[in-house]
Design a protein around this ligand. Structure first.
Ligand code: ACO
Length: 339
């Protein structure tokens, strides 16, 4: 039943899941391809290795594995899912990969679509899902963040190719009473006027079609990135948006259990944590193992920390995603876990 605006419900995070490709590419191995080395990459980014999707794997398959694992934790029957939101900028099919995921998960009653917001994609999808749940229009939503940026990396550009890896993460969200609400608040931002520092642009190649008419050929250029501009953007905007979020909800940084940022660069994580005097033990990081997996980083990290027992039911988490667009956002939520 759809609720009235005065009577909105809450959102509970009941399950998490993740999936990774089997191939690992170390910094030393990358050094065989471009003029780089382990010590430069580790000291400038914190990354030691990343996963690369192989010929037997796909974004759809990783998304299904992550989604299935979140569904199992939440103890959901696939038939009961209302919506599958796949946050990705690198679908297997430009028309959308979410319906394939829906079919392979056997979620025959779910509507499924992709949402594109680069590295902010998971956070934007989480907030989008929460709107359906709060109104009561939907009861169960599976949000998946998955990307395979290794497909679009320029492997001869040492300034960007060292950063990215592939992966998928998922959360199972259920509508609940307003008293049990786990999503305390969010802030989302976009600024296309600054988008030129990080792009995966269309090729812009025209071919003759018939006399006097040409058509554009399909295809994209590899990722183009001005790393320093993206870095400056992240260390300026992420603390600002987090500060605003904490202030609106009267939450002191001290009372946070975890800081869960998009895993782009360890120096960005450290800089944001320092701004709020959050100790290292509360800053979640798995960058060393997986690099920047774009829309997957936040749910991948969440799942890892839930499964190894660091994140416990009731823990308060401040999260922020940021990236191409430019786009960025923050959310304050409590992990519930299976009931
Ligand atoms: N190995 C060795 N040397 C390198 C490498 C490398 N992989 N890359 C760059 N260098 C060299 C440069 O050529 C330069 O040398 P020079 O001074 O002789 O020209 C020197 O190192 C310094 O280069 P900078 O680009 O200034 O290095 P910086 O300290 O800024 O680090 C980095 C680069 C890691 C890319 C950093 O700017 C960064 O992390 N930026 C943020 C990028 C990011 O997070 N992007 C993803 C956003 S999320 C999304 O939406 C996809």
């Amino acid at each position: 039943m759809v609720r009235s605006p005065e009577n909105l419900g809450g959102v509970a995070l009941l399950g998490s899941g993740s999936a990774l490709p089997s191939q690992t590419l170390t910094n030393d191995q990358l050094g065989q391809r471009v003029d780089t080395n382990d010590s430069w990459i580790r000291s400038r980014t914190g990354i030691a290795g990343r996963r690369v999707i192989g010929s037997e794997e796909s974004l759809t398959e990783l998304s299904c594995r992550a989604g299935r694992s979140a569904m199992e934790m939440a103890q959901w029957d696939p038939d009961s899912i209302d919506l599958i939101l796949l946050a990705t900028s690198t679908p297997d099919d430009l028309f959308g990969s979410a319906p394939k995921v829906q079919a392979q998960l056997g979620a025959k009653n779910a509507v499924a679509f992709d949402l594109t917001a680069a590295c902010s994609g998971f956070l934007f999808a989480l907030v989008t899902a929460s709107q359906f749940l709060r109104t009561g229009a939907m009861q169960k939503v599976l949000v998946i963040g998955a990307d395979q940026l290794t497909r679009w990396v320029d492997w001869d550009d040492r300034r960007s190719c060292v950063l990215f890896g592939d992966g998928a993460g998922a959360v199972a969200l259920e509508s609940t009473s307003s008293e049990d609400d786990c999503l305390i608040g969010f802030q989302l931002k976009s600024d296309g006027s600054r988008g030129d520092c990080l792009n995966l642009p269309h090729l812009n190649q025209f071919l003759p079609l018939v006399d006097g008419i040409s058509h554009e050929a399909g295809g994209f250029s590899p990722i183009q990135m001005n790393g320093q501009e993206v870095y400056k953007f992240a260390v300026r905007e992420v603390p600002e948006i987090l500060e605003k979020l904490l202030k609106v909800h009267e939450v002191l940084p001290d009372s946070l259990d975890w800081l869960l940022l998009h895993q782009a660069n360890q120096r960005i994580l450290d800089s944001v944590a320092e701004r709020f005097s959050i100790p290292n033990e509360k800053v979640l990081s798995n960058l060393a193992n997986y690099g920047n997996t774009s829309a997957a980083t936040i749910p991948l990290m969440l799942d890892e920390a839930v499964k190894d027992g660091r994140i416990k039911s009731g823990d308060l988490i401040a999260s922020s995603g940021f990236g191409a667009g430019l786009s960025w956002g923050a959310a304050l939520f409590k992990w519930r876990g299976p009931v």
